[in-house]
Design a protein around this ligand. Structure first.
Ligand code: UTP
Length: 456
């Protein structure tokens, strides 16, 4: 073992990780040493402090409703904002950032979630939906729009192969930048790291908020700067209705109403108990609070006959690169108490307790919001932009998402004068149109037949 690592282990009270060292063969020794070399011990000591100082309070969080701008606001000059956004896109100022490192536990899909077949007629994958929107926007605006994808250590290779095997869905591979998110050790109640095997420490991905540090450490920020990209459109991988490149949103974000650092989209919550992050103010700062952290009174509070906390997050944001550069290491860590199977060094047995025994650390991307000086929340139309796939069945499943995707396609086609019977199954490809306006410019059938299954 390298003396420098041994010293770090002593300084951090983690000597137990070498408990089995003498009985390991050379391959296992190399494996453990390699893993230890990747650990940032300064960060680790900070995480232990975070765990020790965590507050387990049941007091109501101090929040108040936050202002938002609605697309229905007739006083705003939406056309001018859209034109301003389009000009920025044409100048190559925008890149797309997708976080795709999640484990997709609820969906239960064996591969990376981005490979999940998500559209109702052609079964296009979640990655393809995003790629085709980027392709369409690149062609429409005559500009390269780079795509930054955060993977995890586990799904990085398979994600790269999936994109290459599918010819990057028409995008130039040099315009795609893939980087894995970081991992961090979990600890027990005594601040000790856990061994999953005698030669392996338990580490977990650092959350979607890990993307901010990973953008910096991977060199992606420098790559963006070299292209002249100034703003990033952040989208999660699992919302097939997401509007990846949205000029109106970009125009608003870069207008004088905002500091141009972070802007976010929300939709009206479908019901007060909908399980989405909720926009609120903490002090003066715009924030997102997890639905599970609000009290029932807050969740159901009404003001003037309207839900006080009505803005549900769809996890679509715009970030300026300069802002991200400045705050890369400022996101707070969240602690979750979970059951982790590990080798108990006092007995040598593997603990398979179902009871929480470990504190895991994660960062959340929405913690960027309060760091911005003037952050805008744009309320957009749920039926146009939100159909997440989170669960294998029931709410927010592929089934509910495909129904919503079909409904939006039907709305667009009918708005363009096409007759669509109730039992027709339709899909509009992201390479065909990104709006009713664009759909209206192409030749469409005058009607779709009863029972027809068609992709346009
Ligand atoms: P979710 O919080 O919905 O998690 O991720 P998930 O991993 O997809 O699904 P569950 O909770 O295990 O069922 C929201 C977005 O954040 C990304 C996901 O890939 C998804 O696009 N994410 C999440 C990361 O990139 N890294 C993470 O550590 C967590």
């Amino acid at each position: 073992m390298l003396p420098s690592i041994e010293q770090q282990l002593i300084r951090s009270g983690q000597e137990h990780l070498l408990h089995y060292w003498d009985e390991l063969d050379s391959k296992s020794k190399a494996k453990l040493q390699e893993q230890l070399e990747t650990i940032d011990f300064d960060l680790f000591r900070h995480l232990v402090e975070v765990m020790r100082n965590r507050e387990e309070t049941t007091a109501a969080p101090e929040i108040s409703p936050c202002p938002f701008t609605s697309l229905d606001d007739p006083t705003a000059d939406w056309d001018a904002l859209k034109q301003a956004g389009e000009a920025l896109i044409r100048q190559g100022k925008i890149g797309v950032l997708t976080v795709a490192g999640g484990q997709g536990t609820r969906l239960g899909w064996s591969g990376p979630k981005g490979t999940f077949p998500a559209t109702p007629v052609t079964g296009k994958s979640l990655f393809q939906i995003i790629a085709e929107q980027i392709l369409f926007a690149s062609q429409k605006y005559g500009v390269k729009i780079p795509w930054y994808i955060m993977t995890s250590v586990e799904n990085d290779q398979i994600t790269r192969s999936f994109l290459l095997d599918n010819n990057c869905f028409g995008l130039d591979r040099t315009d795609i930048f893939i980087f894995p998110q970081g991992v961090v050790p979990a600890v027990d109640a005594n601040g000790k790291m856990l061994l999953v095997e005698k030669d392996q420490i338990f580490m977990n991905p650092d959350g979607h908020g890990g993307v901010i540090a990973a953008l910096k450490s991977s060199g992606a920020l420098e790559e963006m700067a070299s292209r002249g990209v100034e703003q990033l459109a952040y989208v999660q991988v699992d919302n097939p209705l997401v509007k990846v490149v949205d000029p109106t949103f970009l125009g608003l974000h870069c207008s004088d109403q905002s500091s141009g650092e972070v802007s976010s989209k929300c939709v009206l919550k479908s019901d007060p108990d909908e399980r989405v992050g909720v926009f609120c103010n903490r002090g003066e700062a715009t924030s997102i609070i997890e639905y599970s952290d609000m009290t029932s009174e807050q969740t159901h509070e009404m003001i003037d006959g309207k839900l006080a906390y009505c803005c549900g997050s769809i996890a679509a944001h715009l970030f300026s690169i300069s802002f991200i550069e400045n705050v890369a290491n400022d996101l707070p860590w969240h602690v979750a108490h979970k059951a982790v199977q590990h080798v108990d060094v006092s007995t040598g047995d593997t603990s398979v307790s179902e009871e929480p025994n470990a504190y895991k650390f994660e960062r959340f991307v929405f913690d960027l919001l309060p760091l911005a000086s003037n952050s805008i929340v744009l309320q957009t139309k749920r039926e146009e932009e939100f159909a997440p796939i989170k669960n294998a069945q029931g709410n927010d499943s592929a089934q509910t998402s495909m129904k919503l995707q079909r409904e939006r396609a039907v709305t667009w086609l009918r708005a363009c004068g096409v007759e669509v019977p109730e039992d027709a199954m339709v899909e509009i490809s992201a390479t065909t149109a990104d709006s009713i306006e664009d759909l209206g410019k192409i030749e469409l059938p005058t009607e779709i037949l009863a029972g027809e299954i068609i992709s346009i």
